[in-house]
Design a binder for this molecule. Structure first.
Ligand code: BDP
Length: 713
């Protein structure tokens, strides 16, 4: 009897009194902790007395479950949730599912909300004060519900609420670089989430939580596999597994896409005989102009849609880093992409064709190659094709100038590819908040159509009126218990999703939301952590690659410094990029150098070209600068370089100090997890600084100066 009592006591303590924090980070932004602010709690309890979510769809069921769970946690009590009738102080639905919403929509038009938008309004229906969430479709209602849960989790007032939200970008996609063997290319958070051996029979509960977390942000598509695509993903046995995931994600508004290998139609036997990479078909070619190849893809696409009626389409890395592509048959990227798009068009599927190409014959300067290959193809792609380009012309470096393709292909919808996983920014060891970096790109004014031609306005279609718009983020998600390895890396997944929905949000706003939902709403905690996060990317640039340096990391692993690394390929070795010599440092891409500046619109072209007007954050990207030349700081290049490296590592010390000051205010498990990683970051940032400075010193022959201690080394 006593044992039973103890067991009951244990169970009630475990399940009825959730800890103040979900210590292991599993719950992401879905923690739904009880609102600590007493005034707010009372306000919420008065406004939300009962909820009505009519509707029979799975999405409506999901909304009811999420609200039941969320409101119980936040309000600390059970709120009745009805699924029919109109009674409720919180009414949620579409004009089709709810008469009250129908009445409300007579006053405010829901038309302009489109398929995914929603309104949240404190209003009167039939003389009764209610809070209403209305949308045209269940998915919009789900997004509106998550918006309300965000407001509650961040303790916002509900009085006079009048929210009108509509995504600025249509395709908001995650790109998983997950391999079929469970490994994740550039993944630093464990193995792949997708348990291929268990699917389709066994469904891991995490798939639901993945879908919830993404729907919370409005992410509406996911590419399940690596761009270095294994053709086997298109075999019937895998398609069944993929269909199981698609079924599960559908009610959350998430469509499934796949990376396709361009050689898929080729038979393995033929490939073997030819000593090339083969596919899963029966043909001996994958030439996009070959009718048999075209038919093979049409059949494959039909097979996919028979299983997954809302399949999104293909992501393709072709003729890049050893991947097969149309150029193997002297065809163009447009030929290859359009052939696939034709097969997908009847089902409304799309192709995301990557512009990450850098064939050496195109130009001696690697960063010019994508532009040179793709701009001449503008207007030649099928209308279901996106060209997907990384934010910079090289490869997700801590800082690059913008990829000049943006603005140069007005007839082709360009999709922006960002990297959430920190391949070049300290993996899941370094605390680096990426929103400020993404904002730097999104707000960059390309001047493609005069002033105001921001990258954001290009990809959201407002500038060039693209018929479809999209953004992709290479995920940092794995099967680690906390999903992202570093607890703070969750903020990058969060920020990507929020910016994909609304790129006008500020990095600070997004950080605030994330901190409040994930760590604490205490104002000192929020302020301290926000400050840590906001400067963390610039610090990373400073201790890795300041002043426009790039690609000087360790070969392959891409974590530590490797200013001398030589992988044998000219355009992969770091000396190719930094060009340190006895005179100075940097790659001359000016009009008298590689002339990469010519790919930018005026006035950037001229500004970048001129050593004195080139923004210093890109200085060594565009210029070879003498060691003793003065910079804007008044210091010589060499001394400024030292100062930047030291300021980067100093920032990590400051983050450690700031984090330590919060020891008593944050969950102990999260505290020590982050503390340990910050200490490692400190060690590794110093290695970056010292390795790079000592290496460059061999050329500059000048003393290393730490401006913060006046030490000479
Ligand atoms: C590079 C990565 C490599 C990817 C490639 C890509 O190092 O693993 O396959 O980009 O984007 O940054 O295709």
């Amino acid at each position: 009897m006593r044992q039973v009592f103890l067991l009951l006591l244990f169970l009630s303590l475990t399940f009825l009194c959730p800890p103040a924090f979900a210590e292991d980070g599993y719950n992401l932004w879905l923690k739904y902790q009880k609102v600590e602010n007493e005034n707010r709690l009372q306000e919420y309890r008065q406004v939300i007395l009962s909820v009505s979510v009519p509707g029979k769809s799975q999405t409506c069921r999901i909304i009811r479950d999420e609200l039941k769970n969320g409101l119980r946690g936040l309000l600390g009590k059970d709120i009745p949730i009805g699924n029919s009738g109109e009674a409720g102080s919180l009414i949620i639905g579409t004009p089709r599912t709810s008469r009250a919403i129908e009445k409300m929509s007579a006053g405010i038009s829901l038309d302009r909300l489109g398929k995914e938008g929603y309104v949240i309004k404190a209003t009167k229906i039939d003389g009764k004060s209610v809070l209403a969430i209305g949308a045209n479709n269940d998915i919009g209602v789900l997004y509106g519900t998550f918006h309300l849960l965000r407001l509650l989790q961040t303790h916002q007032s509900l009085a006079h609420l009048d929210v009108n939200s509509n995504p600025k970008i249509q395709y908001r996609i995650l790109n998983h670089w997950d391999n079929l063997d469970g490994s994740v290319e550039r993944g630093y958070a464990g193995k792949s989430l997708w348990k291929w051996d268990d699917l389709p029979g066994k469904i891991d509960h995490r798939y639901y939580d993945y879908a919830r977390a993404n729907a919370f942000l409005g992410i509406n598509g996911t590419v399940l596999n690596n761009v270095n695509a294994n053709p086997n993903i298109l075999r019937p046995e895998y398609l069944k597994k993929i269909a199981a995931l698609a079924d599960l994600f559908r009610p959350y508004g998430i469509r499934v896409f796949l990376s396709a290998n361009f050689s898929s139609p080729i038979s393995a036997q033929f490939a073997f005989e030819q000593n090339r990479k083969g596919g899963i078909g029966t043909l001996n070619t994958s030439d996009p102009l070959n009718p048999e190849v075209q038919q093979w893809w049409k059949n494959k696409v039909k097979e996919i849609y028979d299983l997954i009626p809302d399949f999104g389409g293909f992501l393709v890395k072709a003729n890049s880093e050893g991947m097969p592509g149309p150029q193997d048959y002297q065809r163009t990227h447009a030929d290859g992409a359009s052939m696939l798009a034709e097969a997908l068009e009847p089902y409304h599927g799309i192709v995301m064709w990557r512009a990450f190409v850098y064939t050496a014959d195109v130009d001696a300067d690697r960063v010019k190659r994508a532009y040179k290959e793709f701009v001449p193809l503008d207007g030649k792609f099928h209308h279901h094709v996106f060209v997907q380009a990384k934010n910079g012309p090289l490869d997700f470096q801590p800082r690059e100038p913008v990829q000049p393709l943006f603005g140069a292909m007005p007839k082709t919808p360009l999709m922006l590819e960002l990297q959430i996983t920190q391949e070049y920014l300290g993996h899941s060891t370094h605390l680096v908040y990426l929103a400020p970096m993404w904002k730097e790109y999104l707000q960059f004014d390309t001047h493609a159509m005069g002033q105001g031609s921001t990258l954001a306005s290009i990809i959201d279609g407002t500038l060039e009126h693209y018929p479809m718009t999209g953004i992709a983020g290479v995920t940092n998600i794995g099967d680690d218990r906390n999903w992202c390895g570093h607890f703070f890396a969750q903020a990058n997944w969060y920020a990507y999703g929020r910016l994909a929905w609304d790129h006008s949000l500020t990095s600070e706003e997004i950080a605030d939301e994330w901190i409040r939902m994930s760590i604490s709403s205490d104002s000192v905690v929020v302020r301290t952590i926000r400050l840590m996060m906001m400067g963390s990317r610039e610090a990373c640039v400073n201790y890795m690659t300041p002043l426009g340096l790039h690609h000087i990391m360790q070969a392959d692993f891409h974590y530590g410094p490797g200013p001398q690394h030589d992988t044998g390929r000219e355009d992969w070795r770091s000396t190719y990029y930094h060009r340190a010599d006895s005179i100075g440092l940097g790659f001359d891409r000016s009009s008298t150098g590689s002339n990469a500046v010519s790919q930018y619109c005026s006035p950037w072209r001229e500004m970048f070209d001129n050593r004195t007007t080139c923004p210093e954050e890109y200085l060594l990207w565009f210029h070879h600068v003498g060691w003793s030349e003065p910079l804007k700081s008044g210091k010589t290049l060499w001394n400024d370089l030292c100062a930047k490296y030291y300021s980067g590592t100093k920032y990590v010390d400051e983050m450690i100090g700031a984090w330590s000051s919060l020891e008593a205010s944050v969950d102990p498990e999260i505290y020590s997890h982050v503390k340990t990683r910050l200490e490692q970051q400190k060690t590794d940032a110093a290695i970056w600084r010292d390795t790079c400075l000592k290496y460059f010193q061999k050329f500059s022959k000048k003393p290393i100066i730490n401006p913060f201690s006046n030490n000479l080394r």
